[in-house]
Design a binder for this molecule. Structure first.
Ligand code: NAD
Length: 365
């Protein structure tokens, strides 16, 4: 087996590390803080701005960021001649910052085209505030075109942040439902990164550790938002899972999540987690996946899938789609739109029959 491992992002981890930003921006002339409106309301963005010379704030970022928001941020970067971005937020903020950092007139010049990204980005200091996406160490930016319901990733070496500042204290303000939704995304990254067709030993090792941590600490972080240890361990799991899936890429659960989010507004992590136990049962007979299941301490795929189902119940995540009253046509559309490139990265071939079976089970639950 031949493989490559590469990770260019400098990582700072630990409580209080947010203050590291002040050192990291030294030498830059015009920093832009990109954040979600939540951090304007909480006062954190203004506090940072007050301490950083010439800093500006861009906060028009919604969950699952729209390409128009990216273009608006690019315009701000061009006009203000910003030379460093501080991306303070969850995956949505970090992904928007990555795409905007290219300063294109319209991100559709590259997003959804398969063309190589050649623009030189404004460097990014990524400060994740959810334990979920791992976007702070990945070369991916997931964007949505709300006019066409299309959600898909843009992937390029140019999209790696320069630095990641992971401060678990930033997670304490997360409401339980976002803790759960982003937390199950961590489990998906770990499991999918491990069984991906492109898996390799370094990423496997990271994936296994990340999966163990998130299975152990997510329920506590959900029930006790101020539990320091649980928040720290979920932040660690998220970072490791980001490193674990970045190169191998995700698989069937992520492929199916994109239409579930863009059509039915199911939060990203919750949409990924919805199908994870189903795909554990499908992929569970492969030798490599069996190794994961065994290392995690489960006897077989069914036992691990049942554990994931219970974890979703315990953390208030959806386990079905019955509330959406999906018609036959809606199920057919979901099957069609699940044929995203990540589906072909799954270790077992996912046929339309499998997808129909899965969505028909989910629509009744
Ligand atoms: P998010 O960034 O969409 O945030 C969800 C909500 O939580 C927002 O309303 C936000 O304001 C709020 N929030 C964030 N941090 C908070 C905090 N500390 N306290 C209170 N509220 C807070 O959620 P996410 O799950 O981190 O990101 C999801 C997005 O990331 C999706 O678009 C998904 O496709 C993408 N994603 C990207 C990658 C990648 O590698 N680039 C990987 C996985 C997912």
């Amino acid at each position: 087996m031949n493989w490559i491992y590469k990770q260019p992002v400098e990582i700072f981890f630990g409580c209080g590390e947010i203050n590291r930003i002040f050192d990291l921006v030294k030498g830059y002339n015009a920093p832009l803080i990109v954040c979600s409106p939540y951090f304007v309301r909480s006062g954190l963005a203004e506090n940072l701005k007050a301490e950083i010379k010439n800093a500006g704030i861009f906060s028009n970022v919604s969950p699952n960021p729209d390409i128009r928001e990216v273009n608006e941020c690019s315009e701000v970067l061009r006009q203000n001649k910003n030379d460093i971005i501080i991306a303070l937020g969850g995956g949505s903020v970090i992904d928007l910052a990555k795409a905007a950092s290219l300063k294109l007139n319209d991100i559709r010049e590259v997003w959804g085209t398969g063309k190589d990204v050649t623009a030189e980005p404004v460097p990014i200091i990524a400060v994740p505030t959810t334990a979920g996406t791992g976007s702070e160490v990945t070369c991916v930016s997931v964007l949505t075109d709300r006019k066409t319901d299309r959600k898909m990733p843009l992937s390029s070496e140019k999209l790696y942040p320069k630095q990641a500042v992971v401060d678990p204290e930033l997670l304490h303000s997360l409401p339980p439902h976002i803790t759960a939704s982003s937390g199950i995304d961590v489990l998906c990254h770990a499991v999918e990164g491990f069984w991906s067709k492109n898996h390799q030993p370094v990423c496997d090792t990271l994936a296994l550790k990340a999966a163990k941590l998130i299975l152990k600490y997510l329920p506590t972080a959900y029930k006790e938002p101020d539990n320091k240890n649980a928040r720290e361990k979920t932040a660690e799991a998220s970072l490791l899972a980001g490193l674990a899936f970045n190169l191998p890429k995700t698989t069937a659960s992520h492929a199916c999540s994109f239409p579930l989010t863009s059509i039915y507004s199911i939060p990203h992590g919750e949409a990924c987690g919805l199908t994870l136990d189903y795909f554990v049962r499908i992929n569970g007979e492969g030798e490599h996946t069996k190794e994961l299941i065994k290392e995690l301490g489960y006897k077989n795929a069914n036992e691990f899938a049942d554990k994931i189902y219970r974890l979703k119940k315990e953390t208030g995540l959806r386990t079905g789609l019955a509330d959406l009253n999906l018609s036959d046509e809606a199920v057919t559309r979901l099957v069609e739109l699940s044929h995203h490139p990540n589906l072909y990265n799954n270790p077992v071939e996912i046929t339309d029959d499998i997808l129909f079976d899965m969505y028909n089970k989910l629509r009744k639950e």
